[in-house]
Design a protein around this ligand. Structure first.
Ligand SMILES: [Zn+2]
Length: 60
């Protein structure tokens, strides 16, 4: 299983629009593997954007 840390250091993005109401708004559920994706970390977004992938091991 690919570890999050295998993808390098965190790549933080800038949020468009106002601040979220709660922590859950930072996440979406990946339609491919069903894992919650933290949109604040571009590594995770790019990983889950691949058509075929496995869940990431969240070690970092
Ligand atoms: Zn996924």
């Amino acid at each position: 299983m690919t570890k999050l840390s295998d993808l390098g250091p965190p790549i933080t993005g800038t949020r468009h629009g106002g601040p979220p109401k709660n922590e859950a708004e930072h996440f979406y559920t990946c339609p491919t593997c069903g894992q919650p994706v933290d949109m604040r970390d571009l590594r995770q977004v790019i990983w889950h954007d691949k058509p075929v992938h496995n869940r990431l091991e969240m070690d970092a």
